[in-house]
Design a binder for this molecule. Structure first.
Ligand SMILES: Cc1cc2nc3c(=O)[nH]c(=O)nc-3n(C[C@H](O)[C@H](O)[C@H](O)COP(=O)(O)OP(=O)(O)OC[C@H]3O[C@@H](n4cnc5c(N)ncnc54)[C@H](O)[C@@H]3O)c2cc1C
Length: 183
């Protein structure tokens, strides 16, 4: 099974991590809990009447680790194409080889995107599946829409990228659908 590295642990990165890990993809999220969500109080996230951003984040972090994703407390310093397929993701403590990378960060992630040649005028253009111009490199959330950022849009974009990776790995379109437990 593929390994996915996600740069950023806001709603975008954690939403992608949730779907990937739930479907048994090895998923490593790099970030240091520095999301803007800690400054937010949400009344506009459909299905949740009101929630503090920090409480939202704590729940989301528990959810993704319960599904098997690893949260790695580190800043990504560089990402380079690997010899052969995939990417080498580096932090001050070491490096990880990943088959796919999802850029789900904010300002710092734009610098990584620029080094990979996919940043244009302060944002990262993506297609409808959140693919960038580089194969197997995705961008979601604030790095794509810096001026029109909402938590629910970031979470949706993370899910779009995850479903695209799951579909590519399966060689067919994939849903992640569950049904109520039987009585
Ligand atoms: C004051 C305030 C109030 C807000 N109120 C609302 C609201 O009421 N409703 C609403 O929907 N939205 C609100 N927002 C916006 C909401 O916080 C954002 O839409 C949301 O956080 C975007 O999620 P994201 O995952 O795209 O990016 P972010 O939450 O910005 O997460 C990006 C993460 O990536 C990390 N990162 C970046 N680069 C690297 C790197 N190189 N290595 C490792 N980690 C990296 C960052 O540290 C950060 O943790 C508010 C924002 C602010 C500031």
């Amino acid at each position: 099974m593929a390994r996915v590295a996600i740069v950023g642990d806001g709603p975008a990165g954690l939403s992608a991590a949730l779907l990937l890990a739930k479907n048994d993809v090895e998923t490593v999220v790099f970030a240091q809990d520095g999301t803007a969500m800690h400054h937010a109080h949400l009344f506009n996230y459909l299905g949740i009447e009101e929630i503090g951003g920090s409480e939202f984040q704590a729940t989301a972090r528990r959810q993704v680790t319960a599904q098997g994703a690893e949260l790695r407390d580190a800043e990504v310093t560089t990402i380079d194409p690997a010899d052969g397929d995939g990417f080498v993701v580096r932090t001050a403590d070491g490096e990880l080889h990943a088959d796919y990378v999802i850029l789900a960060g904010s300002k710092q992630a734009r610098e990584l995107a620029a080094a990979l040649g996919v940043e244009r005028d302060g944002r990262v253009p993506v297609d409808t599946e959140n693919r960038t111009e580089v194969d197997r490199l995705y961008a979601v959330g604030r790095v794509v829409r810096p001026e029109r950022s909402q938590a629910i849009i970031s979470a949706g974009a993370g899910a779009v990228a995850a479903l695209d990776i799951l579909s590519r790995e399966a060689g067919k379109d994939v849903h992640d659908w569950d049904t109520p437990p039987k009585e």
